[in-house]
Design a protein around this ligand. Structure first.
Ligand code: BES
Ligand code: MN
Ligand code: MN
Length: 464
């Protein structure tokens, strides 16, 4: 991998310039006004794979945004790595909280990234991390050091629940045949403490609508006698957790996989500083399910959170009105053995049951996905750990993550293939938030580590 690493170090500035071009295209998958940009981003990804030396580069249309696929088969006898990533990004709002425009990437230094970080929507999640793979591949190809076969599948709908990807992989199992899936869409503990994500939470996402009177009312004429849907919604939401922050939806915890005391002890040995955690978020205290630590609350335990709530008058000044309707978007993060479909159903039944007679409620399910835990005693985990050890000089710590990548469970179900989550972001990179950024250190460290993964994996699977 000498020539590969040499090539990487000689092409750092160009790699960055190209990533900037990619980050300038606003591929907001949730907003159809941006469909032309999203399509252009797929073209950009396809072209960069072609230039890097991939064969069979294809932009596969779907009912939603296209999926880019490509491959380089050097020898059918060798193992095949399938790289998955996404080129779509979250909406950048609230725009006024960005210090520089979301789609005009700039390098700025921060306390955590003294060597500079790329500020732009998608810099970390996931354009920057996905592009590390394209550039690592280009380096291995140019150096003539690709140690195994590689396939790429880069989608444009991850941030909206990968709604069309399940059908796509079911329809293309042959094309996607591989030995392992490699994803960089997660993070490490910090730049001195490498880690590999060994779990993702599942997801059940619902929208609720509470309807009171058939029209907005004068809050003096009717107030006090008619159920106010906003007040009612707030009471209902408040009742979804008890005083121990335990979720009250009947049956919610029925299948939750309990983690052994030994495993809990081990996961709590990972570096975590409560004071630093609070200081980084400017919060006076953390809050969560009683009996669990912050590390446990954000990985092995399910959650319920309101993501948005609206209704009534929110314009300037005061308007006296008793609104007809109130709404909220609620997400539940799930852990192994909870079924997303079943949780959605339990939530719906519970929410309808607790509604007072003064209102009617409607629950609309959005996307869902299942949790996964990846084993650490496999060739792919060991290859990732060895690769990281070569670049960081330290063994990575296995750590279950709190986020979700719904397709990972489907990869296992449909293709029967395990995934390695070798990401390089940091929790402080503000993904999905204003001022998202990705450290230059992290971008380059990722590009340098990926070729070693291929080499170690090929070695462990009996390649060259
Ligand atoms: N890359 C994230 C998931 C992630 C981030 C996992 C950090 C672990 C650590 C991904 O793009 C994402 O945001 N997923 C959504 C899934 C949802 C839209 C179904 C999430 O977790 O909210
Ligand atoms: Mn992502
Ligand atoms: Mn995301």
């Amino acid at each position: 991998m000498k020539k590969t690493q040499q090539y990487i170090s000689e092409n750092k500035q160009r790699y960055l310039d190209e990533l900037f071009d990619l980050l300038r295209i606003p591929s907001i998958s949730a907003d159809s006004d941006y469909n032309a940009h999203t399509a252009k981003t797929a073209d950009f990804v396809a072209e960069s794979l072609r230039k890097a030396g991939a064969d069979k580069v294809k932009i596969n249309p779907t009912k939603g945004h296209p999926i880019v696929t490509a491959e380089k088969i050097i020898d059918p006898e060798l193992p095949t790595v399938l790289v998955y990533g996404h080129y779509d990004v979250q909406p950048p709002d609230p725009l006024d909280l960005w210090d520089s425009p979301a789609f005009e990437p700039v390098i700025k230094k921060t306390d955590i990234h003294p060597e500079g970080a790329i500020f732009a929507r998608g810099s970390c999640d996931d354009k920057g991390q996905m592009y590390m793979h394209v550039k690592a591949f280009e380096a291995m190809m140019t150096a003539g050091e690709l140690p195994c076969n590689v396939k790429f599948m880069i989608e444009g709908e991850e941030e909206v629940g990968s709604v069309n990807l399940g059908d796509f992989i079911r329809a293309h199992t042959e094309m996607l045949t591989c030995d392992v899936i490699l994803i960089s869409d997660t993070g490490i503990i910090d730049n001195e403490t490498p880690s590999i994500t060994t779990g993702l939470r599942g997801m059940s996402y619902v929208e609720v609508e509470v309807t009171g009177p058939n029209r907005d009312l004068h809050s003096g004429i009717y107030g006090g006698a008619v159920g106010n849907p906003i007040n009612v919604l707030c009471e209902m939401i408040a009742s979804l957790k008890d005083e121990n922050k335990h979720i009250t939806v009947e049956g919610f915890y029925d299948n939750v996989q309990e983690v052994s005391a030994a495993e809990r002890k081990m996961m709590n040995e990972a570096p975590y500083d409560e004071e630093k955690y609070k200081a980084a978020l400017d919060i006076p205290a953390t809050e969560g399910e009683q009996g669990y630590t912050t590390l446990e609350r954000t990985s092995i335990r399910p959650t319920l959170d309101v993501n948005g709530i609206w209704g009534g008058y929110i314009g300037e000044g005061a308007k006296t009105v008793l609104p007809s309707k109130a709404y909220a978007k609620i997400s539940m993060r799930l852990v192994p053995n909870q079924s997303s479909e079943r949780i959605t159903q339990l939530f719906q039944e519970h929410f309808e049951r607790i509604a007072p007679d003064s209102v009617t409620v409607k629950v609309t399910p959005h996307h869902g996905g299942e949790a996964v835990v990846t084993p650490t005693d496999t060739p792919e985990y060991k290859a990732a750990a060895a690769a990281m050890e070569r670049t960081f000089g330290k063994q990575p710590i296995p750590q279950r993550g709190g986020g979700s990548i719904p397709i990972v469970a489907m990869f296992e179900e449909v293709l029967g293939v395990k995934t390695v989550l070798m990401g390089f972001g940091l929790d402080s990179d503000a993904i999905h938030s204003p001022n998202e950024h990705f450290g230059l250190f992290n971008f380059y460290r990722g590009i340098e580590t990926i070729p070693y993964f291929y080499e170690e994996y090929a070695k462990k699977k009996g390649g060259r």
